[in-house]
Design a protein around this ligand. Sequence first.
Ligand SMILES: [Zn+2]
Length: 327
Amino acid sequence: MIEEILTNLYKIEIPLPKNPLKSLNSYVIKGPEQNLIIDTGWNQKECMNAMQAGLKKVGVDIRKTNFFITHLHADHIGLLSSIAADTSAIYFNRPDADRIRSGVPWDNSINFARLNGFPENELQRVLQSHPGFKFRSKGYPPFHILEEDDKISIGDNVFRCIQTPGHTKGHMCLYEPSKKIFIAGDHILNDITPTIQLWSYDWDPLEAYLKSLDKVYQLDIKLVLPGHRSIFRNYKERIEELKHHHQKRLDEIISILEKDSQDAYQVASQMTWDIVYDSWDLFPVPQKWFGIGEAIAHLKHLEEKEIVRKEIQGQRILFSLNLGHRL
Ligand SMILES: [Zn+2]
């Protein structure tokens, strides 16, 4: 499905079959010499077909087209190497590019999940069922790294790079100040909540995310073009909702830990999830994987705030409330 949002700015809806996200929004900006595509979809047939049909309809010559990728998740970057031409510049942020280049193996995340209580029989099924693994890009073209405040000009648009870490370490948005357009990736979504997950204890993504929300709140925006679902305008209200959502999650985890010390998997199993399944046991393995990643991100944030303590017991990481945390 293709929609002209503004003059020379199009949205191509790329289907993500059998996934709760439903689809990815790829944005195409046509310029007199060069075009720009923002985000691509998975490395998978249905995504490829939708992208090719969309580009044909919009009349884009791929050899005169550059790409901006908001973050490293496979639904945003997976298809890139299959559609980019050797003449395309690929704009990307440094932290996510470093992570891709370092080739951090999925085994690290599996081991990390195991330490956090993910059951062995379910771990075996994670890789076969995880879309980020199944539909990942097979190789990457060279990246042109962009930093905060760098500009991309296309036609009468001058997009400014806005770093918004949280959803990933390097997540980057684009802002066009004269038209007040904000290309949001997965930083703010209107109909669903961007996931904040952690798969190693080396940073506090929730702290980064909350700061990034405050940063975007200060911008003057008329139209938010998100990576999934509907385009929206009420970004200030949405940012407040997202902050409230995470505060509620933190409070919920504190009350879960009031019973006793637990691992992240146990914590996740008692949290409230906005999902159609009746109980945690019925969640498909990839949803449990996202759930535990979310729980760990929130636990890490509480640990940084010295509300929660983490200890390693044998092969297991346990969390408990710091005595006097309410004082
Ligand atoms: Zn994402």
